[in-house]
Design a protein around this ligand. Structure first.
Ligand code: WA2
Length: 269
């Protein structure tokens, strides 16, 4: 590439890839931390206060004004845990009926997770039972048993149809002890706070600002299942025969998932 030696070209690729992986991981980390703090905010001000100190208007205002803290999320929302026997009361109190992700009337289930608060940028989530979507449902179940940040597989997000992953934190009753058992966690779950990493557009925006961006092709993969890596960002890999390829490890904070960044030159060096 530009007549430089192969060694020099490789060195440059490694450094550009590592820089991008570090930046992405850093932005992911700060975003996850801020969503965690929001989950505690909901636990404190929605459940410790009677009546609740948060409503849709307050939630929308606060999350809108703090969105700079979550640079890779397209918005956040809160879904409340509702059992079947509470559904009728819940719907009459809210004055609306919950929908599925496919915009149908939610069929009877043991429990539901309808969105009651949403940031304006994801207002299309309002009233949707998040347990009606396979990826969101898996996240909800894993979030509440672990008490940690959990991520979905890459999939096409509602609203934008962009490729991304959903982040979920369980919201617990404020009295849950730190050393709670799995059963205690599930029992004390009152809802779920999360949002979507719109990787397709927000990572593009992040990488486009870096020097050397025109020279390399960057992919991000979910490699949780080593035999079938899933593309999360970048063009579908054309061939594995590229002479120079660098793989940088990524840690997005969900120990159940593995991600990596793969970088190569746009033209053969
Ligand atoms: N957020 C944004 N876009 C989506 C999505 C989602 N889930 N699912 C599909 N497209 C309210 O886990 C709780 C957010 C889910 C939280």
């Amino acid at each position: 590439l530009r007549g430089e030696s192969l060694d020099r070209a490789e060195e440059r690729l490694v450094s550009m890839c590592e820089e991008r992986a570090r930046m992405l991981q850093e932005q992911f980390g700060v975003t996850v931390n801020h969503v965690h703090a929001l989950a505690i905010l909901i636990s404190t001000f929605h459940y410790e206060k009677f009546p609740s100190a948060i409503d849709q208007e307050t939630f929308a205002k606060y999350t809108g004004r703090t969105s700079f803290e979550r640079p890779l999320l397209n918005g956040v929302a809160f879904a409340q845990r509702v059992f079947h026997h509470e559904r009728e009361m819940f719907e009459s109190q809210q004055g609306w009926i919950m929908n599925t992700m496919k915009r149908e009337l939610a069929p009877p289930q043991i429990e539901y997770a309808p969105v009651i608060f949403s940031q304006d940028t994801v207002s299309y989530l309002a009233r949707i039972d998040m347990m009606s979507g396979e990826e969101d449902r898996e996240n909800i179940l894993r979030a509440r048993t672990t008490g940690k940040a959990v991520l979905t597989n890459p999939f096409r997000l509602l609203g934008s149809n962009h490729l991304g992953v959903v982040l979920t934190f369980a919201v617990y009753r404020p009295d849950l002890p730190d050393d709670a058992s799995v059963e205690q966690r599930v029992e004390a779950t009152i809802g779920y706070l999360g949002g979507a990493f719109d990787v397709e557009s927000l990572v593009e925006n992040l990488l486009s600002k870096l020097a050397g961006n025109q020279d390399i092709v960057v992919n991000v993969y979910d490699v949780t299942n080593a035999s079938e890596a899933m593309v999360l960002y970048g063009p579908p890999s054309l061939d594995d025969q590229v002479p120079l390829l660098h793989v940088s490890m990524l840690d997005f904070g969900d120990p159940f998932r593995k991600h990596e960044m793969r970088c190569r030159y746009r033209e053969k060096p």
